[in-house]
Every structure is written in structure tokens, then in C-alpha cells.
Design a protein around this ligand. Sequence first.
Ligand code: NCD
Length: 305
Amino acid sequence: MKHLIDPTDLSVEEIDSILNLALDIIENKEKYSEVCKGKKLATLFFEPSTRTRLSFEAAMMELGGNVLGFSSADSSSATKGESVGDTIRVVGCYADIIAMRHPKEGAPMLGSMVSPVPIINAGDGGHNHPTQTLTDLLTIKREKGDLNNFTIGLCGDLKFGRTVHSLIKALSRYEGIKFILISPKELKVPDYIITEVFEKNNIDYREVTTMEEVMPELDIIYMTRVQKERFFNEADYVRLKDTYILDKSKLKNAKETLSIMHPLPRVNEISTELDDDPRAAYFRQALNGKFVRMALILTLLGVNV
Ligand code: NCD
């Protein structure tokens, strides 16, 4: 039985096959509409979500399966003091596969150690978000045609942003990718990413504090929200939240072929004036999230179509 806790739980070949399956699903939706008949997905969200939970649920429904679960810790037995391990053991009696989000780093990993069914990490604290990464990879593949040889600027809260951590880990295994890390000094990527990912694998990376200085180089700009819920101090959040706002003027020197990505939700990081710019890929990215989760569910359940 396979779980997805960290993006590197999947090899590059396995990711490739999930992305190709997602592309086939996009082309042949009918073929997949009944393949999970009788199967159940449980979504256990101990932390808020719109896209991730609903795209998981929509994914399972489009495969002909059913969904059950809860969308906040308040409506689960966590409020009575039940441990994550016990919740997972119990839900594993009712569902064939579980997608779980939790504010504590490592909670889905803990769950996977006792789970009788596959567990998917749908975000654990400021740590990882591997299904957002699959979404991002499918988006890059569809927008750019290739997962190798480009320069990506990751901008915003690189300290607490779990989507960024997972995306860096996953992309570090492809060829010819240059990473430009754009953040205020308080929100730089954690040291373990620098040493364990960039330095260990001899990857081309650079840290800067403004997007203007690097805009002409970028093939992709990946904007992120400052992660309010991870701050200890409201004043720090208020001071940092609007550090980067991408708008038309900032794109003056950008490539015509730039792709603008954002895992969403957006707060102020991208002006709505860019929403109709053909380079704005973020809503297409959200749609890709459903298709890639369909492919992931099929893969982890071992359903062959
Ligand atoms: C992200 C998350 O939950 O980490 N959202 C998502 O799943 N698309 C990004 C965020 O909340 O900023």
C-alpha cells in the first residue's frame, strides 16, 4: 500500500505516469466516469480549505465514487481529545482512501503509520503539500510543454509556504531549472531546503528581495500568500503581508511567454487587473488540481482503466 506524504514519496517516473494519466482523463472524461464505483474517499480537514478539499471531492465524484468527511476540526472527535492515529484507524474502516489536512507538521505521516488504507497529505502545517505540487507540475507541463529547463521565481512567504517547499523538492529532480527565491529576509526558505535540497544537489538558486530585479529572466513566477495563520505575532503579519503585489506595471519587463502561477487563495499578491492576461495561469492551475487528484486517486487505489 502506498501513501503520499512528501512529494518525493513518488519517483520522477511515477509522477510522470500520474501527469500522463491526468492528461488522458482531460481528453477522455467519459472513459473514467464509473471507474471508482463503490469506492469511498474520506476528506479529513482539520484546517480550512476550499480548493483542495472540494477538488478532491469533485475528483472522486467524477470517477463515479463517493465522498464523506469533515471540513473542520470542530466538527470531528478531535474536539473530544481523540488522537489523529485513532481517527485514522476508525475512518479507515469506512473509506478506501483518505485525504487529510492538519495544522501540525507530520500529522499525516503519523496517520499513515497506522492506516489500513492509503493516506494523502493534503497539507501539514508549514511543511508539505504534495497534491498542490502535482497540480503545479501538471500546470507547468500544460503551460510550458516541459518540466525541464526554465527559470522559476518563487515569491512571497517562502518560510511558511508549504506549497513552495514541496514544489522545490519536486522540481529539484528535473534538469536545467534555475530557482530565484524572492522574499523579505524574515520569510526566506528554511535552512533545511537550502542545505538538503539546493546545496546537496548542486542546484542553481539565488535569493533576492524584489521581483523587479529579476522579472526579465523569469519563465514562471509563482506567487504566494503570506501565511497569516502561521505567524506568532499579528504586527509582523501586518508589516509583511503586502510586500509583493504583482500588477501590470511590474510586468513591464517580463517575458511575453511568462506564466503567472499561484496556489490560491489570493489575498493581495496579484492584482485582479491581471486576471484576463493570457499569462495568468492560476485559475487554469486550480482546474488542473481536480484532474491530477483524479489520477492520483486511481493510482493509489490501484485502479487500472
Ligand atoms: C495553499 C495551502 O493550503 O497551503 N492552498 C491550497 O491548497 N491551494 C496555499 C495557501 O493557503 O496559501
